[in-house]
Design a protein around this ligand. Structure first.
Ligand code: G3P
Length: 221
């Protein structure tokens, strides 16, 4: 499983990249708004992220109709070679994805909540598909079960082009564990969740024991 950071925060991206584990970044309008992003700065901001991380960087197209999505997607794709255009899983999004994919632009179909949506996204040429997990949990449904269905269904077919599943809307280390056991290709996580992935109380306890024992070695000199 590859790890993407789900954020628009440059400091978080720099820090996670320094850990040597980051394979990409996903952003969306909410994440950009959360850092106080200005519309005029958006293209330059995406370019900064693309310069920090060599993997795929998802930037969202936000028009309602396919013409807007296609036009924005083309503009976003010009920002850097590693830009992936994020498009919603809707009729207009499918139509836009087909056009962009035929032009060689990588698309991440987002807001995917079902097997049929994922199959359609793959058929439309999406390079990445993002099933959301946590949003199901928000409405007391089982997001991991939904992700399991999507991963299992897509494994049954060859779409004639590479398709990777980005487990998205992950809120906990357990979500990441379950996504890995299912075989999701990528987990995109907020920085807070990434920090939790590296932490374990037994690691801390073991470290303290090593430090104490090493001090005994030093004291014995
Ligand atoms: O990548 C999708 C993600 O940003 C959505 O997460 O927590 O808003 O459901 P969340």
């Amino acid at each position: 499983m590859k790890f993407f950071l789900d954020t628009a925060d440059l400091d978080e991206i720099r820090e996670a990249a320094s850990w040597g584990v980051l394979s990409g970044v996903t952003t969306n309008p909410s994440l950009y708004a959360r850092i106080g992003g200005k519309l005029a700065d958006f293209p330059a901001h995406i370019q900064q992220i693309c310069a920090l991380v060599t993997g795929p960087i998802s930037a969202e197209a936000t028009g309602e109709g396919r013409a807007d999505l296609i036009a924005q997607g083309r503009d976003l794709a010009k920002l850097a070679p590693n830009v992936v255009v994020k498009v919603p899983t809707t009729v207009e999004g499918l139509a836009a994805t087909r056009v962009l994919a035929d032009e060689g632009i990588n698309v991440n179909m987002t807001l995917c909540f079902s097997v049929p949506q994922a199959l359609l996204a793959a058929r439309a040429g999406a390079r990445y598909i993002s099933p959301f997990v946590g949003r199901f949990d928000d409405i007391s449904e089982d997001g991991i079960a939904a992700l399991t269905d999507v991963v299992g269904a897509l494994e049954n077919y060859d779409f004639g082009h590479p398709v990777e599943i980005i487990a998205a809307s992950l809120r906990s280390a357990n979500h990441v564990t379950q996504a890995a056991l299912i075989g999701a290709d990528i987990a995109t996580v907020p920085f807070g969740v990434l920090k939790k992935l590296v932490a374990h109380p037994l690691t801390d306890r073991g470290l303290k024991a090593f430090e104490a024992d090493w001090q005994k070695v030093i004291d014995a000199q």
